[in-house]
Write a protein that binds this ligand. Structure first.
Ligand code: GRF
Length: 221
């Protein structure tokens, strides 16, 4: 769809923004038909904001600490996002629990990346939890966001092996390398119109995906 206009995207971050960088790089390389209209962080001074500025993207800080309630923050955030009229909202390391209203407002047009093979290990410390459980495989999931925390339908999962000598940090880097592959993939599919959410399922090229989403397996260590 090279002749169509690029998909307008707003990216929400809280930290380093390496997934944001993967999207910027894909867009710059001409592989991703998107335009990142803005990057919004709920934490001031994070590296992801610098990455946005360096790429010429509007970088906005909306500090959640300045709001009296989760509802007040989410409502102000939605107002900022909607000012850019995005077709897709990408949560890239956005470390906030979302209110049901916020999730509902962007239903079917908001993606998140979570570092586990969902539905396993929703929430935090996923790498250590996979190690503690003695799992032989671990990974990462890109999913549509619903009101249920880390619970929306999966679009893509990348599976990586867990090695005997792994600690949480080596496992995290192996998973992160895959994050930077599958998040641009999912965003590309969405931009091309092949990935959608329908009846609470992720649908690829008109076919509902299995609960795990489209699976990418890698043996690279
Ligand atoms: C990633 O591990 C992602 O899976 C999780 O938060 C982290 C964000 O990393 N949701 P970065 O800010 O994109 O570098």
């Amino acid at each position: 769809m090279s002749s169509a206009s690029p998909l307008r995207v707003v990216v929400l971050i809280s930290g380093s923004g390496s997934n944001l960088q993967a999207l910027i790089d894909g867009q710059k390389a001409g592989e991703l038909p998107i335009e990142i209209a803005a990057v919004i962080s709920n934490r001031p001074g994070v590296k992801g904001l610098e990455r946005a500025t360096n790429a010429g993207i509007e970088a906005i800080t909306l500090d959640h600490k300045g709001f009296a309630s989760r509802e007040a923050f989410d409502s102000a955030l939605a107002q900022r996002i909607d000012g850019f009229e995005p077709q897709l909202v990408v949560l890239a390391g956005f470390m906030r629990i979302l209110t049901p209203d916020f999730a509902q407002h962007y239903l079917g047009r908001m993606l998140n990346i979570h570092p586990s093979l969902l539905p396993k290990y929703q929430g935090l410390n996923t790498h250590q939890r996979a190690l503690d459980a003695g799992d032989s495989e671990h990974g990462v999931t890109v999913h549509f966001v619903t009101a249920e925390l880390d619970g929306g339908p999966a679009a893509i999962q990348a599976v990586v092996p867990v090695l005997k000598e792994d600690d949480a940090s080596t496992l995290a880097s192996r998973v992160q390398a895959q994050e930077h592959v599958i998040y641009p993939m999912a965003v590309k599919w969405f931009a091309e119109g092949t990935l959608r959410m329908h009846n609470n399922a992720a649908v690829l090229k008109g076919e509902p995906l299995p609960a795990s989403g489209y699976q990418v397996r890698t043996n690279n260590v």
